[in-house]
Design a protein around this ligand. Sequence first.
Ligand SMILES: [Mg+2]
Length: 277
Amino acid sequence: MTSWIVVSDLDGTLLDHASYDFEPAREALDVLVERQIPLVLATSKTQAEVALLRRQLGVPGASIVENGGSIVIDSAVRDPVSGASTSAGDGVESIQLGPEYAHIVQRLAQLRREFSLDFAGFSDMSDEDVAKETGLDLPAARRARDRMSSEPIVWRDSEEALERFVRALDAQGFELTRGGRFFHVLGRVSKASALRVLLEAAISKRPPSEPQECQQILALGDSPNDCELLEMADVAVVVPNPAARSPLQPREGWRLASAPGPTGWNEAVLDVVGGSQ
Ligand SMILES: [Mg+2]
């Protein structure tokens, strides 16, 4: 028996890069609900941002937040991937995989002083500053600043200084990833490493008596930081993002969605899982 798991990036993939709209993907989202196919979100967004979005999307599943720094699952889940629950309750549990936010912010302040670097992190900004940088409204900016395990930064220094910064971060066990709008500083974690943790947790929670299902992964993304995730998938789809500074190039065997954002997402998901079962 084969069942699908859909793993998807949000910004520029399921959500429109500029408007954050996902309504053009509604038909595919409804098919996922109808066929009980879980949707695992893998994003640089925070738990607070994803919790609201999850309710609007209406498809159950776990969430990989802050680029793999943490995983969020329902507290009463039987299966952390699908979100299938054995008891009532809407509590959520988060699993921290990377270093604590306070630790990251403290190290960044040290590096800025030590190397005289010019950058601003979300912890240096107000809700108003973040709203201005992102185009989000104030409550949404507040949710974006409610962080657990990664720090988005706006780089204001030279390319040479950036190289020095990356080397210094690496020496201290941190990584810098480039998202659609910001750089993100986080521990040695990724969307892909978090997905591996999630899949192992799901398998370990499954009763041995249950028939073994062959789970196939459909992964969708638009940025280089989705690349490793797409490499883990049985079917990988690159959603084109004309606004991205460094777009993700499809590799051999990968599909390219026919349109950017939720329109391309909708068509690709329907094409893969929407056919006859
Ligand atoms: Mg993206």
